[in-house]
Design a protein around this ligand. Structure first.
Ligand code: DC
Length: 230
């Protein structure tokens, strides 16, 4: 199977729409690889911060982006771990500060271009579930199934808050809600790869839906496509 024949499911949408959880469960169910592209932007932002590089220093950011080797693996409890050159950055990249910086570096066209190959390298047999903002529009335009997950801002803020609490990171809902709104504006209005559904994406609003219900809807979309049998 050549790379272009490897089936891809893209899951795009704003922060907190449930993409991460749904992507992990669908990839487990299908035994497909998983790409958390937001984590790649977060790792870049964290690496830059640790190296004393400003989030608008394009030359220095490109130097890091072109050489970093990011990998994902599931731990014994089925949680996704994010590794940079073997170092576990899973917790460090999930802070709100890191998310904000990731959004800043993600707005730089040259940085996005430099990370394309790194993301496409995750397309390996038997298939790939790719979670992000521009998976269906830019990175994998020929994906088998494209889904755009969304949910109300309030619900997304509540989910993010719960997630942070579970990770032992303290905070309150109001600043999280404001940060999500600000990030939505940045992600939707940037000139390169703005957050928009691909014209051929199926739009799923997850507000008030259980994770299980959303996973089943996504799996049934895959079953419906190209006679793909699971
Ligand atoms: O999904 P996330 O919150 O981990 O993503 C962090 C930031 O990275 C988010 O503000 C937008 C950006 N991002 C992007 O621009 N394109 C992607 N494919 C994934 C994330």
């Amino acid at each position: 199977m050549c790379n272009a024949e490897v089936p891809v499911l893209t899951l795009d949408g704003p922060s907190g729409a449930g993409k991460g959880t749904v992507a992990r469960l669908v990839s487990e169910s299908l035994h497909w690889h998983l790409l958390d592209s937001g984590a790649i932007y977060r790792v870049l932002a964290l690496s830059a911060e640790r190296a004393g590089v400003a989030m608008d220093d394009v030359t220095a950011l490109l130097g890091i982006a072109r050489t970093m080797v990011v990998d994902f693996r599931l731990d014994e409890r089925g949680k996704l771990q994010v590794l940079l050159d073997g170092d576990d950055l899973t917790k460090a990249i999930r802070s709100e500060t890191c998310g904000k910086r990731a959004s800043q570096v993600a707005a730089l066209p040259a940085v996005r271009g430099a990370l394309l190959q790194c993301q496409r390298a995750f397309r390996r047999p038997p298939g790939l579930v790719a979670d992000g903002r521009d998976m269906g529009t830019v990175v994998f335009p020929d994906a088998l199934v494209k889904i755009y997950l969304t949910a109300s801002v309030e619900e997304r803020a509540r989910r993010r808050y719960k997630q942070l609490m579970e990770q032992g990171i303290s905070g309150t809902i109001r600043p999280i809600l404001r940060e999500i709104e600000a990030r939505d504006v940045r992600d939707c209005t940037r000139s390169v790869s703005p957050l928009v559904p691909a014209p051929d994406a199926v739009i799923l609003d997850t507000t008030g839906k259980s994770v299980e219900a959303v996973v089943n809807m996504v799996l049934s979309q895959i079953r419906r496509c190209s006679g793909y049998t699971l």
